[in-house]
Design a protein around this ligand. Structure first.
Ligand SMILES: Nc1ncnc2c1ncn2[C@@H]1O[C@H](COP(=O)(O)OP(=O)(O)OP(=O)(O)O)[C@@H](O)[C@H]1O
Ligand SMILES: [Mg+2]
Length: 496
């Protein structure tokens, strides 16, 4: 259960990683533009809410200072007709309203007058005037306060009448309602901004995807271009923006140049292949005749001196080698040109291996051990070419291992394939050479192998034949322990 869950999370994260590929231009542009847009929208929303708050406070500030000067004016007026205490109360009452609280505090902190009268709900919400004024900052004539979960703007100023200071006039306005309205507006603004950000992110992603679509089309088109149709293919994107069309035109020009170079290269390659094929063919015929004469002379002449016989034998053996070399070259040239034919049929692998082992065992006078998982392993191949493959591998195994060490051939059928391993206990092949030993004329450590003869074409022939018959050849080797060459071929025409 736990494993299934962690597997699910792993799959999801792999898919997400594939989808959000940070190195892709599309994701980078979307993220870049999205961030820029979010930052601009966010700053506008932030500035708007800050400005709304400022406007609210500034409008009340002006209002409170106007009320303060009006109270002084009223007090001056009433004091001419009424005693000071009554004038003060009247002046305050004149300016008080539902959310506007006024009071005068004397120097000894006693309250000279309040409006509206104390014990009204307006005072109950914020507390007694004495308690209230203790919250106010005396060095700030105007400020915003939060008292008992109410928002207040308040100002204070000395109350002076004909050069006599009567105390300090406090005016506080409860702006909780206004503040709530503004908070509501700010919340709506934040929501609208968030929504606008999400919508714009989608719009940006869609727009960028649409703009980059011609590039993807160009990629798909170019992926389908093969070396053969370089000349005929043109990347055409009629609806693409002009920059991408210019890129496509440049690409088409490059395709034309590549096509010309490729055709020229093909022609040169074809001429070289033709030359190698013709030369091998032309040389092989007279050389075969020479070898024939040499062999018949050796067979029929009884009166040859020893050194003459030896010279003729060397000449016949060299002619033999050269004919084999020419045959290999001819085969490789044909394979390169694509006209090396295979006579494919279902054969019994065990029989072919037995023939090869018999011939190789006789000429090398060495032990070759054969192990087969079944006595009838089918194989779908050209008998002649399969024999050549096995002869080359067995010959190498014998040539490059000590005479005392046996060579093993193991055969098995795995699924729909016949698998042949040729194993030796020779010096092995250093890892840095492993990838190159199938190259033409590649021989490692010339000094070591020169005495053994050979041209370095055997393994290239093995590879060409194995792949030509729908199979493959691989090698594994360990220094001082030996090498194993593995050939895999289909067992029938329909097997993969
Ligand atoms: N079984 C092996 N053990 C060690 N080295 C090997 C083995 N088989 C091949 N090699 C190395 O790979 C090189 C290429 O082998 P390849 O069969 O292509 O050429 P060759 O044997 O030198 O000549 P030829 O064309 O006569 O076969 C050899 O020269 C040898 O150095
Ligand atoms: Mg060889």
């Amino acid at each position: 259960m736990k494993r299934a869950a962690s597997q699910g999370i792993h799959n999801l994260s792999t898919k997400l990683k594939k989808w959000i590929n940070l190195s892709s231009l599309e994701v980078q542009l979307t993220l870049g533009l999205g961030t820029l847009f979010a930052l601009s929208l966010g700053s506008v929303a932030f500035w708007t809410s800050w400005k709304m708050q400022r406007i609210l406070i500034d409008s009340h500030k002006d209002n409170l200072f106007t009320v303060a000067s009006q109270v002084t004016e009223d007090l001056t007026f009433y004091s001419e007709m009424l005693p000071m205490e009554k004038s003060l109360q009247k002046a305050l009452d004149n300016r008080s309203s539902r959310n506007l609280l006024l009071w005068v505090e004397q120097d000894d902190k006693s309250i000279a007058a309040t409006s509206p009268a104390i014990a009204r709900p307006a005072w109950q919400r914020v507390g007694h005037p004495n308690e209230l004024s203790s919250h106010f900052r005396r060095d700030e004539p105007f400020d915003l306060y939060q008292i008992r979960e109410r928002q207040l703007v308040a100002c204070h100023s000395p109350l002076v009448l004909t050069n006599q200071t009567l105390g300090t006039l406090f005016i506080a306005q409860d702006i909780t309602q206004d503040q709530r309205r503004i908070d509501g507006n700010i919340q709506t603004l934040i929501l609208a901004t968030g929504l606008a950000m999400v919508l714009s992110l989608f719009a940006i992603a869609y727009f960028i995807r649409r703009s980059l679509l011609p590039l993807c089309q160009m990629q798909t088109m170019t992926q389908q271009i093969s070396a053969e149709d370089l000349g005929e293919t043109q990347v055409v994107l009629p609806k693409a923006p002009s920059e991408i069309q210019a890129l496509a035109n440049t690409f088409n020009m490059m395709l034309d140049r590549l096509s010309e170079a490729w055709t020229q290269q093909q022609r040169i390659g074809e001429r070289q292949r033709q030359f190698v094929a013709d030369a091998s063919h032309e040389l092989r015929t007279p050389l075969t005749i020479v070898r024939g004469y040499l062999q018949s002379t050796l067979r029929r002449s009884d009166n040859l001196l020893d050194y003459q016989r030896e010279a003729l034998e060397v000449a016949a053996s060299e002619a033999d080698h050269t004919i084999l070399l020419l045959q290999d070259l001819l085969n490789l040239a044909r394979a390169d040109g694509g006209y090396l034919s295979y006579d494919l049929q279902i054969l019994i692998l065990n029989d072919i291996v037995a023939d090869v082992v018999q011939v190789a065992g006789q000429s090398f006078e060495r032990t070759i051990l054969v192990e087969a998982k079944s006595s009838l392993i089918p194989i779908y191949a050209d008998a002649n070419r399969l024999q050549q493959i096995l002869s080359h591998l067995v010959e190498n195994a014998l040539k490059y291992s000590d005479e005392a060490e046996p060579v093993h051939i193991k055969m098995e059928q795995i699924n729909q394939k016949a698998v042949i391993h040729v194993c030796d206990r020779g010096p092995g092949i250093p890892p840095q050479h492993l990838s190159r030993i199938f190259d033409r004329f590649y021989r490692l450590d010339e000094a070591r192998t020169r005495s053994m003869g050979g041209t370095g074409l055997g393994l290239s022939i093995v590879k060409v034949f194995a792949e030509g018959m729908g199979g493959q050849v691989t090698v594994s080797s360990e220094l001082c322990k030996g090498s194993t060459f593995t050939v895999t071929l289909p067992i029938s025409a329909t097997s993969p």
